[in-house]
Write a protein that binds this ligand. Structure first.
Ligand SMILES: [Zn+2]
Length: 383
């Protein structure tokens, strides 16, 4: 017997959107969900990461296998609220669509996961294995929530992972990694008429970046689903006066990695180039201040096949398996899992994430509250 009516399911989503968790204040979302779980005899635990931020973890069932499910509690800023047709933090229904900031990305997915777990628990399920929800803070900026779950070992016994990010009736099972790198070059200032008295900080950096472009762009390493690695210098600063030899220069790079050319390999190649210019008299240092790994699961595994089969009955059409352009919490959660691990991104929503007038289709949201129940128990029962 269902625990919630459609109205109650919509009320939970409306309440979540009303909490303005714009990459902070996830505390309030976590407390709200903890109360919803508690009202249905599931004890969820909060893990505080700061005064205003807490991850939430909740489990139903016992033992193995363990299916991990995850969603983030933060949303991006609504931007110019006057550009919205309705208040971004008040869910507004129109023609079968529900409008609000973060409703597609991803409070609908998060609410559907929570509702599915509560309804399963009330029905005495799962009878085989455990479903563990890891609701994260800071997915949109910094990925600190998923990092904390990984560090605490909450992923170590998890056998498969479902992330409820908005895909609609598509399944995503791969995405690139991402790295942010800062290179700083030190030289010595001098008058440009007497450059021998100084040392130009721009020269070694330019030469390094030229060689890096060659090394990363002229490679035949390509991933069938993700394509090639991308490498770009996105920020460059150097010098401050036309007749002075520059004493300092810096560059920032963004690299989108693939399993065939992963973060460790990129680090190694960059380090070699830095060592090389320094051996030729440069003074360049490197700081990799963000590094998230690429994720790819085998195209055919029990989790994605089951999701495709169940999803197709709701979509009324076959469900394609694709590669996601953006990074998710999976980069942190799957750090140790290798590239043969069952993982999918599958959740209610559409491409209006981060946009003005973000919406979710009401029926799709309600369908996912059921679909997730079939997927969760189906996956565990087949193990
Ligand atoms: Zn998201």
């Amino acid at each position: 017997m269902a625990v919630f009516t459609d109205e109650q399911k919509l009320k939970i989503l409306t309440d979540l959107v009303a909490i303005q968790s714009v990459n902070d204040h996830e505390n309030e979302v976590a407390h709200y969900l903890q109360r919803v779980f508690a009202a249905h005899n599931i004890q969820a635990k909060l893990v505080a990461l700061s005064e205003t931020r807490a991850n939430l973890i909740a489990e139903i069932g016992t033992g193995h296998p363990v299916l991990g499910v995850s969603g983030h509690m933060d949303v991006v800023s609504p931007g110019d609220v006057t550009a919205w047709k309705s208040d971004p933090f008040t869910v507004t229904a129109h023609a079968g669509k529900l409008y609000g900031r973060g409703i597609t990305d991803m409070k609908a997915g998060l609410a559907a996961l929570v509702i599915a777990m509560i309804e399963l628990h009330a029905a005495g399920k799962p009878t085989n294995g455990t479903i563990r929800l890891m609701a994260t803070v800071g997915e949109e900026v910094g990925e600190t929530g998923s990092e904390a779950f990984y560090e605490a070992g909450n992923m170590s016994d998890v056998d498969a992972l479902l992330i409820g990010e908005p895909t609609g009736y598509h399944i995503f099972s791969a995405h690139k990694g991402s790295m942010d790198v800062r290179l700083t070059s030190q030289g010595k200032a001098a008058h440009s008429s007497m450059p021998e008295l100084g040392q130009n900080a721009i020269d070694p950096l330019l030469s390094l970046l030229g060689q890096a472009n060659e090394a990363f762009r002229k490679t035949d390493r390509v991933n069938a689903a993700l394509g090639a690695l991308t490498f770009n210098t996105t920020v460059f600063h150097g010098g401050n006066q036309v007749n002075s030899i520059p004493a300092e220069a810096s560059a920032e790079l963004n690299v989108r990695t693939i399993p065939e050319f992963d973060n460790a390999t990129v680090t190694q190649v960059l380090q070699q180039l830095v060592t090389q210019v320094n051996e030729q008299g440069g003074h360049v240092t490197m700081d990799i201040y963000m590094s998230q790994s690429p994720v790819e699961e085998p195209k055919d595994n029990a989790l994605s096949n089951l999701a495709a089969a169940i999803g197709a009955s709701y979509a009324g059409a076959p469900i394609p398996k694709l590669a996601l352009p953006a990074v998710t919490d999976a980069s942190n959660l799957l750090k140790d899992k290798g590239h043969n691990y069952p993982f999918i991104v599958f959740g209610p929503g559409n491409e209006t994430a981060h946009q003005v007038d973000e919406y979710v289709d009401q029926q799709m949201y309600l369908d996912f509250t059921e679909l997730y129940q079939k997927l969760m128990t189906g996956y565990l029962e087949e193990r």
